[in-house]
Design a protein around this ligand. Sequence first.
Ligand code: KIV
Ligand code: ZN
Length: 497
Amino acid sequence: MNDKVIIFDTTLRDGEQVPGCQLNTIEKIQVARALEALGVDVIEAGFPISSPGDFKSVVEISKVVSNPVICALTRAVKKDIEVAAEALEYAKRKRIHTGIGTSPFHIKYKIRTTPEEILKRAADAVKYARKFVDDVEFYAEDAGRSDNKYLAKVIEAVIKAGATVVNIPDTTGYCMPEEYGEKIRYLKENVPNIDKAVISTHCHNDLGMATANTMMGVVNGARQVEVTINGIGERAGNTSLEEVVMIIKSHHDLKLKTDINSKLIFSTSRLVSTLMSMPVQANKAIVGRNAFAHSSGIHQDGVLKKRENYEIIDPVEVGIRESSIILTARSGRAALSHRLEQLGFTPNKEELDEIYHRFLFLADKKKEINDEDIRILMGEVAQGEKALKLELLQVTCGKSAIPVATVGVRINGEVHTSTSSGNGPIDAAFTAVKHLISKTVHLEEFLIQAITKGSDDLGKVHVQVEHQGKIYYGFGTNTDIITASVEAFIDALSKIK
Ligand code: KIV
Ligand code: ZN
């Protein structure tokens, strides 16, 4: 049978400490409800003595959350513990999380006391907290840089005083994975009463090793992990929930499990990101925008043949509908053809060749080709050869410059050129085009639109041209808005019989 790893979520405490990430009580309740639905075992709801807002949030979350244990943080200080107990009054299952620094740094420079005094204060705090609740977690702050022998003595004393969980934080994110794993193993092997408590990991990401350290802690005997959604937290953040959960889910060899409903990971990630105004980096494991996006032609081809060629997790498992194939200049025909099919187009071989050729031309100018671009490219291919075709466009314009345009238009197979000035580059180009055709036309309507977003996007131009009382419509798209305009104008002129 697989061993259960307890998921202790501290998004609302360590995560919320991040500058700019503060939530009001209503938003915290929203996150707490999402964490409950996700299946976390413990929610660290706040640090009640730190502010009236934190106190209130712990009270309100305690009222609305039923399944997870609600945990409140304290220092090893009587008043903190009393206030935490008061805030937890309505919690169905409650835990006080108390602790003190155990590293030489913290003992000497922060608390300015002796190791003996720390040991006594740690045990006293746990004993005092046990007067209010049955479930008391002790944290040995900066355990990552604490001496293992001394740490073992503190852990033994707090378990004796009634701690049910012992948290071994790598507060500064300094440990190497082997070192952190070894620390947990040392405690497992050298604390005589360790079987009476659950060992918890709490790793920070200062050197990018939070998840690796957490997993080494688990491999060496920890059975609770302290994590946050999207890995938010002090400085470089905490271990991210989604990474640990998906490692455990993907590595069956570990023989571990969690009670997390992984299909809710993505929506929870986005809820936290939105409420905390904390964007998720695009390449963030599991929940980043690019976590299931493939952009190189070789990878796209591989994924289309069999998803597992380049993906170790099915995106559906974390609540993302499907992997995405990003169409760029590096994409091959397979990826383009797949997207065309998804959009309902079934081009024959020649059409596909033609659209791929146009696609590469556009992709060279535009970083990413979206569905709208493809629909437009397909429209162009479907129309076939036109009577008039823009072959050359050169404009000079700018502040204090006289706008001048030279156009080259293929008319019945032969390219004719003309140059003209105008009140702007588009007017100059339209006038130059008019010089090349032997028809009197009036521009009735001219509309420019950006199709989606971004300055590298396609511009879409619609024109209406009048000739002998009849209206002709023209359409053009290009990343260059002047070219799109002239193409739209020529498109309309080509329709005049
Ligand atoms: O990083 C840390 O040591 C902490 C403790 C308060 C648990 O957040
Ligand atoms: Zn922390």
